[in-house]
Structures are given as structure tokens and as C-alpha cells.
Unconditional design. Structure first.
Length: 435
């Protein structure tokens, strides 16, 4: 009964969607949830680190900060102030493929949220002083989160090993400190003019709204914003992928750790659903293969996991393990992981594992549809990259359709030892001992 009820609930949500595009190209998606007392506003721009010129690595990250630094009618620092004063909250994040700004407000404050977002889309004000301030902020963030945090160098190292220099995804969204440090006003303004127009964005509003009235308000605040030239997004070819890569990083950690990565398709490819199930079978829950064997039976690890770093053009199936103590080496971790992978490749998966993984993924997906913020982000994602926001409602059923053979085929295609990217993290004390 739970599955039927959930399916019915998704059908109701899907039927409630209003999806339209303003004359300036802004995609607008509305989902009324009358039982809520709040609204979520998401503005997602189709620009991520992969879209940056190779000499401007980190500009999307920089703009994630600059977009909060004032616009024609909102002084610097007042975006957060006005939002908080109204009882709301907001933030933003940048990925390889998109930049997302989100706001949660009491339903009666919807107009405030629309005004704030429209003002910075229409008339963001960037000055040399603001630019320099945010350059310093971003550089400090890189220092804290990349250079000085355990495993912080994983992202940039993975990007350099997995993709050829100059190709999309060959640098981390945090960016190159030198490129950020030397960013000029001319470069920054050109980047903004290229990617931050209404025709490269999607506005999603979920919560206690009346669709008709809300569309009128959206038109009022966003309708006169001028569209820009359609931005060009980079091409990707299989030759961009690098395989059979290996490196070691000495880090501020207590025990050895390893990351193994394997190339797989971008998130538009439906075979990735089988990959998500494979990741769950390997490392989601106490009875999953890697957790059960490496953590409890062999007692080699304090943590082990598997996931897909999914991206628009090319994704990475990732397995990681952190040694339980200093008696276990990185090579022992790799050997233990591959013992389990080879067993899976040789004998396949069991039907009970597939059923369990499907239940885990479907439960996680269905729970997201109960959250205004989560569902708004899903709608924006599917509008930007699939041209159909309602496709997100198909996710539970698409997972349910995956067969045992699909998962095994994905494993055979992707999990190849001669094509892995391997990164070992080792305690700095080991490097000191070798000096």
C-alpha cells in the first residue's frame, strides 16, 4: 500500500506543476503545496566550472559570492539582511555543471524573495573593491577547505588525473587560486554577461502559492530583464578521459585511505540508474558487500563507501576506504576492495541485494519529495538539463524497472582495473619518516 500511495502522491504533484517560459527566456516552474506555510525559491543557472574558460578556473565559484554583494536596489550585505529580517534563509552552491541560489521564506514574503532575486539578475553591481574583497574570501575558502582540510585535495587531484588538461571537468569547482587572484574586471564582467542572463536560468517556486497570482508576480519582477546571447557550452569527447592513473598524497590524517574512480556516462544516460544500485549494493548499509566484509569481517576500515559523482557530460563511479588503524596499508585496502569487486564481476549480484538496493534508493527519493527545498532543486535540475521538470517524478519508477542484468552489465563495463584512477592518501608522518 505504501508504494501505491507514494505513486499516487507523485502523480498529484506532477499534475500540479506549472511550467512556462517568459519572453526573455527565463524558465519558470511552479509547484503549489497549500499545506505548507512557506515558499522555496530556487534560481539555477546553467553554468558550472566546466563552462569556464581555461584561464578563468574558479569564476563560477567567485560569482557564487559576488552575487550577494549588492545590486541596483539592494546595497551590499542587505540581501541576507532583508531575507533574515523576513524570517527566511538563503544560500548558494556551485558544481561542475550549474550554480544554484535558493531561499526559504514565509509564504507571505514571496514578493520579497522575487524582488531580491530579480534585482541581482537584472542589475548586479560589481566594483573593483567588491571584486577584490570576494577574491580574498574565495582564496581563504580554498585555503581552508582544499589546502588545509583532510582529504581536501581529493577534488582537484581527481579532476587532473581523470581528465586531460583543458577538457571539461579537468579542474575542481573551487578553481585555480592564481586565476582567481588575477581576475580582472573585464574578465569578470564578460563572464557575467555570458552566463547570468534569464535565458540561461530556471526559476522554481514551491510551497503555499497560488499559481496564477504567482505567475503575475514573476512577470512583474522578471519579465523586463533583458535576455542575453545564448551561451556556448563545451563539447566533450571520450578522448578527454584518462585511465590507469595513480598518485599519492601525504595529508593530515591518521591512517591510510584510498579512492578508486571509474569513468561512466553523464547523468542524461539512463544506465546510471543501474550504477546507483550497484553503489548501494556495494556500500549502503551494514549488510552491503564492502561494509560487511571490510569493516566487520576483516576489520580493515573505519569507513567505506561508494557513490556516483554524476555530471552532465561524464561521471565518475567512486569507491573509497579509510583504514581502521595504522597496521593496514593503502595497498591492503585496494586489494580487499578488488577482491570483492572481482567476486561480484564473476558471480553477479543476488536478487535480494537488488531488491534491498531498490528499496533504499526509492525510499531516499520519495523522502525528497516531502521537502520543499529538495523538490525545488530537482525541478530546476530537470528543467535545465532534460527540458522537462516533471521527469524527476519518474525517478522511483525508473529505479524499479532496473533488472539484475542491467546492474551486472554496468559493473562489467565500468569496473575495470586497467582503467581505474587511484588516489592514495597517506599520513604526513610517513613522508617525514622517509626524509
Amino acid at each position: 500500500m505504501e508504494t501505491v500511495a507514494s505513486a499516487q502522491s507523485l502523480d498529484v504533484l506532477r499534475a500540479s506543476i506549472v511550467d512556462t517560459t517568459l519572453s526573455n527566456g527565463l524558465r519558470v516552474v511552479l509547484l503549489p503545496r497549500p499545506q505548507s506555510s512557506a515558499v522555496t525559491i530556487v534560481v539555477a543557472y546553467h553554468v558550472g566550472s566546466k563552462d569556464e574558460p581555461v584561464h578563468n578556473m574558479g569564476f563560477t565559484h567567485l560569482f557564487e559570492h559576488l552575487m550577494f554583494q549588492g545590486s541596483a536596489n539592494v546595497p551590499p550585505g542587505k540581501f541576507d539582511y532583508y531575507c533574515s529580517l523576513a524570517g527566511g534563509d538563503n544560500n548558494a552552491y556551485t558544481t561542475y555543471d550549474k550554480t544554484v541560489y535558493f531561499m526559504l521564506l514565509p509564504a507571505e514574503q514571496l514578493r520579497l524573495g522575487l524582488w531580491l532575486e530579480a534585482d541581482r539578475m537584472r542589475a548586479l553591481e560589481i566594483t573593483p573593491e567588491k571584486l577584490q574583497t570576494q577574491i580574498n574570501v574565495v582564496l581563504q575558502e580554498i585555503k581552508e577547505n582544499v589546502e588545509n582540510r583532510p582529504f581536501g585535495k581529493f577534488g582537484e587531484t581527481s579532476a587532473k588525473l581523470a581528465y586531460r588538461a583543458g577538457c571539461p571537468y579537468s579542474w575542481d569547482p573551487y578553481g585555480d587560486p592564481e586565476h582567481i587572484r588575477n581576475a580582472s574586471m573585464e574578465e569578470v564582467l564578460r563572464f557575467h554577461d555570458t552566463f547570468y542572463g534569464p535565458n540561461n536560468a530556471c526559476l522554481v517556486i514551491t510551497g503555499n502559492i497560488d499559481p496564477s497570482t504567482t505567475l503575475q508576480e514573476v512577470e512583474r519582477y522578471f519579465g523586463d530583464i533583458q535576455s542575453k546571447a545564448e551561451p556556448e557550452h563545451p563539447d566533450f569527447s571520450p578522448e578527454c578521459r584518462q585511465v590507469n592513473q595513480y598518485t599519492q598524497i601525504y595529508d593530515n590524517i591518521a591512517t591510510d585511505a584510498v579512492f578508486l574512480q571509474f569513468h561512466c556516462p553523464g547523468f542524461r544516460d539512463s544506465t546510471l540508474y543501474a550504477g546507483e544500485l550497484l553503489a548501494a549494493i556495494l556500500a549502503d548499509g551494514l549488510s552491503s558487500r564492502l561494509v560487511k566484509t571490510l569493516r566487520y569481517e576483516q576489520q580493515l576500515v573505519s569507513e567505506v563507501g561508494a557513490y556516483i559523482d554524476d555530471r552532465e557530460l561524464s561521471s565518475l563511479f567512486t569507491i573509497y576506504a579509510i583504514a581502521r588503524d595504522t597496521t593496514t596499508t593503502a595497498q591492503q585496502l585496494v586489494d580487499a576492495i578488488w577482491e570483492q569487486l572481482e567476486h561480484l564481476l564473476q558471480t553477479g549480484i543476488e536478487e535480494r541485494e537488488l531488491v534491498k538496493a531498490k528499496n533504499q534508493l526509492r525510499t531516499a527519493m520519495l523522502s525528497r519529495f516531502e521537502n520543499l527545498h529538495a523538490i525545488a532543486e530537482m525541478l530546476a535540475h530537470y528543467a535545465l538539463f532534460f527540458n522537462d521538470p516533471t521527469k524527476c517524478f519518474e525517478l522511483p519508477s525508473r529505479i524499479q524497472e532496473i533488472q539484475k542484468a542491467d546492474v551486472e552489465r554496468f559493473a562489467r563495463t565500468v569496473l575495470r582495473k586497467d582503467q581505474q584512477i587511484r588516489i592514495d592518501f597517506l599520513p604526513k608522518t610517513q613522508a617525514d619518516a622517509h626524509q
